[in-house]
Design a protein around this ligand. Structure first.
Ligand code: ATP
Ligand code: MG
Length: 377
């Protein structure tokens, strides 16, 4: 099928538009094999699109809305024949036709065209015209050499095309939140890489598979994703030996930032991204976030900081990470869930505790990097 897709915030980009549009076209052609994308006045024209891929198209950054669409000659008869031959959906009672002409030489005015097509549809399908909030909208865009016809549009993911805002490194746990934080950053145009700190007291195939599966799902919206896995055993041991139990979680998270920053510098990522949401768990009080985030100077972004759990879960269900996140998994952080975690951590105490840790190996922390996900067929 063919699709018409309309831009979201790209429209605000002024003279930069071209760059954003060509990135969006590249992304689409990479993510959906066999399609051909071209620029038309009102947006993008996508040919050879598989209908089974429509839900994924709705999650690609940069598109405000889209719809299956048809191309015919700019001729009233042809338009009516096409419109009459389609099944526009069950249970439609009310409709309206919206015509736009970029070719003002077309024989009818937009209003005349709307009336003609509208009355044909009314006779053929029995729909009633309703100008305000109809159940069905038929759109007709007339250009010099063609007419594009489409029905109701489906909302897209919005935002800016992935790959237009620079690179960020996302801290990916096995939880629900961090994959969504990564997705939100992609939707704002960032290219993401992922880092996971792997719990080593229980290394099974299942453990890393969950993380790989999450990365794979995210790659459906970006293309290939680099995933860095940091074995965390060395640091876990130190933490257990030298950190009082109620501070282990905070110290662990500070260690994650310190190591992430080293990786981010190497891969030229400009910020660290977490799935933190204010107040959701004990490590996410303002006091604790301050202590954790001050572990390094690099910019840290938490796109979910003001999001509610239910909304995060709904988005996770939609992009396909929720089921994977719900698989049982012992994260290295969950090991450190203390009965009385520090909710009012004090910087001084943290500094005292960290004085006992051996950071000499920090810079040389070993990690493995994998390319996950889609390859162009
Ligand atoms: P999530 O659902 O993302 O796990 P959470 O609400 O469980 O978040 P925490 O477990 O405190 O909260 O983790 C906060 C953030 O720290 C995560 O969103 C993630 O960005 C990062 N993080 C936690 N554990 C790990 C890990 N093992 N590897 C990489 N990042 C991690
Ligand atoms: Mg977690």
């Amino acid at each position: 099928m063919n699709i018409i897709a309309h831009f979201d915030e790209i429209f605000l980009k002024g003279s930069n538009q071209k760059h954003f549009i060509s990135k969006l076209i590249k992304n689409l052609e990479f993510l959906f094999t066999g399609i051909k994308v071209s620029r038309i006045e009102s947006g993008l024209w996508i040919e050879n699109f598989k209908d089974t891929e429509l839900p994924r198209l709705g999650l690609i950054a940069g598109i405000a809305n889209f719809a299956p669409a048809w191309l015919v000659k700019p001729d009233l008869k042809e338009i009516i024949t096409l419109v009459e031959s389609q099944n526009w959906g069950e249970n439609i009672k009310t409709f309206r036709v919206k015509a736009e002409r970029s070719d003002k030489n077309f024989l009818l005015t937009s209003i005349e065209l709307e009336k003609e097509v509208g009355s044909a549809m009314n006779i053929k399908f029995g729909y009633k015209v309703q100008l305000k909030d109809p159940e069905f909208n038929l759109h007709i865009n007339i250009a010099k050499d063609r007419a594009i016809v489409f029905g109701n549009t489906v909302p897209g993911a919005g935002g800016l095309p992935t790959g237009t805002a620079g690179k960020v490194l996302c801290l990916l746990s096995g939880g629900i939140d961090s994959p969504i934080a990564a997705y939100q950053m992609m939707r704002r145009g960032a290219t993401i890489e992922l880092v996971h700190f792997q719990n080593q007291t229980k290394v099974t195939q299942e453990v890393s598979q969950k993380i790989i599966d999450l990365a794979e799902v995210l790659s459906r919206y970006q293309g290939k994703i680099t995933l860095h896995i940091v074995p965390f055993e060395h640091w876990q041991k130190q933490t257990v030996m030298k950190v009082p139990s109620d501070y282990r979680m905070l110290i662990t998270r500070r260690l994650m930032f310190k190591i992430s920053e080293i990786i981010a510098d190497k891969v030229d990522a400009k910020a660290l991204v977490t799935g933190d949401s204010l107040g959701q768990v004990a490590s996410q009080t303002l006091e604790n976030l301050e202590v954790v985030y001050s572990a390094t100077n690099m910019l840290k972004l938490s796109p979910l900081i003001g999001a509610n759990k239910i909304d995060i879960m709904n988005l996770a269900r939609k992009i396909g990470t929720l089921e994977i996140s719900n698989r049982p998994y012992e994260d290295c952080c969950s090991l450190f869930v203390s009965k009385h975690p520090q909710t009012k951590a004090r910087q001084k105490e943290i500094e005292n505790i960290e004085r006992n840790l051996d950071f000499s190996q920090l810079k040389d922390t070993p990690y493995m990097s994998y390319k996950i996900g889609m390859t162009k067929a």
